[in-house]
Each structure stands twice: as C-alpha cells, then as structure tokens.
Design a protein around this ligand. Sequence first.
Ligand code: FES
Ligand SMILES: [Fe+2]
Length: 382
Amino acid sequence: MRHERQVELLKRVGASGDHFAGLHAPQSVVQPASAYADPERFAEELRVLFRNGPTLLGLSCEMPSPGDYLSTVLDGIPILAVRQADGSVRAMINACRHRAAPLVTERAGNIGRSIVCGYHGWTYDTGGTLLARPLSAGAFDDVTITCDLHRVAVAEQYGLIFVRAGSAEPIDVDATLGGAQDDLGAFRLDTYTHIETRTNEWAMNWKLVLDTFTESYHIRWLHKNTIAPAFNSDCVIYDGFGRNCLSVGLRANVLDELAKPEDEWSLLPYGTIQYFLVPNALVVHQLDHVEVWRLEPLDVGRVRTHTSIFAPEPPDERALKYWTRNLDLLLQVTGTEDFPTMERIQAALSSGAVPEVVYGRIEPPLIHFHRAVDEALAAAEA
Ligand code: FES
Ligand SMILES: [Fe+2]
C-alpha cells in the first residue's frame, strides 16, 4: 500500500476522537431477516450478482503457467478458466458438448495441452475448440451444431481474474473494482505465490461469511480467549469503492505509530487490510502475506468457502510450514469461534422468530456491504 495512503488512513484514526467515534457511519440500519433467509431473495441474488455480474475467480498467481486452470460453480453454472500458451486466460462452461459431463472435477490443476472429457474422451484445445471425438468411427459426422465449449467472459488485471458466468459480455475490471484498484494494484498481487487453498461448507447464508469480517466490534467478546488482547474492538477504518469496500481492523497499539514523525508512519504492522469484492470475495492484506476468501453460495442457508494463503515469494520448506501454520490458525479461529456463531445466527433468522437484525454506526463496512447488495437487486428489478 502506498505510503501516502497509509498516512491518510492513520490520520483518520488519529482525528477520530473518543472511542474512534469519528469513524462511525452516519446512520444505523435495520435489515429484515429475509435478507438472509428468504429463498426467493436468494435466487435473485444468485441471478443478479453471481450469474450476471462479474465475480472474482482467483488470483493470477494461482494459474501462472499454460494449462493451469481454476474452476468454480456460480448459480449452478460450472466454469472452467484455463491459462493459454500466449499467457491469456479463457473461460468456458465446464460441461462437455457431447452430453455435458464435467471436463475438470478439481478446483484447480493443470490440464496439459488439451482438455479431455473423462466420459467418452472428446478432446478440446485449451481454448475450448473441439479437436477430436476419438473412437467414434465418424458417428457424429452428421451433427450440424458447433461442438466447441461455450465461452464466458473473463478479464485479468491487477493480479485478479474475474469471470461472468452467465454471458460473454465483457468485464471492465476498473469499473468492477470501483476505485479499489489504486490500493490493490499497489499490492502487486501478481507477484505472490499461492501456498494452499482449503475448502469448507457452512450452514449459513453466503452474506454471513462476509459479515464476519466486516467489523471489529465482535472481537472483544467473541474472541476474548484468543485474539482480543492484540486487537482494537472499537475501531474500523472504512472506505467504499462502488459495490466493494475496505475494512481495516486495527491492532490495539495503533496509536503508538502516531507518536512518530509522519514520514515514518506505517499502517501495515497494525492493520488487517480487507477488501470486500462484492459479491463473492474478500482479499486480505496482512503484514507479510495475503489471504483470499471466495464464496460459492449453495442454498439460502448453505455456502462453500475457499480460503487461500499467498506468500510474497516462493517458500522454502521452513517458510512453507510457517504459511501452513498461518492458514491453520486463521481457519481455527474462524472455524471454532466466528462461523459456529454465524451458523446459529442463520438458524435463528431462518426460524421466523427474529424479524430483523441491526447494523450499528460502529459497523460501517457491514452497512455498506448490505446496501450494495440491496441496491444491486433493486437496480435489476427497475
Ligand atoms: S460427455 Fe464428454 S465425451 Fe461424452
Ligand atoms: Fe471474528
């Protein structure tokens, strides 16, 4: 993150007054439980945000070499993106043109020089053009439809790869990032090394995964036996970037930095710098690494999460253990403290007995995120 930007954010903290009240949102918001529990609303979110809108597929450094691929499922649509020999990325529907079998079944890997369907062996080049229907003795020669894989839109910039599951309508990455590219570009995400990704499923609405990380307010209570002593619970720095937003959680001793001369200030040792790329991703810059959360909503009350860790350089054996331990800890705290609570919240909201939740002025990124989703749904309806 650029030094001037770190100074600007730290100045906001310094000027925020008692209990950091100057960082609060102007107004609290009451949100109906149906935002988390109504299947019809969920179907609309999938259509508007996950099918029609761009979503983050992953980081460029997860598929650096020709033949490397990433796959996902968005509103039921199976997507496969492959790095081409010329360095570009193509994205296709991950369903064979013969009888729609999946072409890859793993989340990530390398397909080599061609894509071969595991059902009857139809073979495509890495861009999805049909090359061969082996051992069929010409039995498909009278088929008149094109049997190349269906293409979908993909775009890559700032070390981020976006896809649009529902169509080939081009993706404007700058418009998608809404201004967050100034910070994200400075992180040079394309130079990182992917260490590991772990996949889990949770019994909660997809938005509750992101809610978990939007605010620091819960740290003092929910994490009182783990990370609470090291972190500030009253304070979160917030910025909005179109649909996306920044939420910076701060260490308890952040004000120490402001005692130094300004040209020595650094936010990085004090901040968990989180970019919410609405709808499906969270990119977190920690002092010495990057974490990425990606979501695949499965049902109104069920979500799959992919949690990845990235290091600034290729690790040796010792570094690899260190990064793996980092990921262990992240998943341990979220998996034993945050997400079990979120699953119980989902159960309460789905019961019909809790009509609404409240987002307070101390939780500005939470307010932003839900407003962004609500506005996207309203705009699609208009
Ligand atoms: S479904 Fe792929 S070759 Fe038959
Ligand atoms: Fe938490």
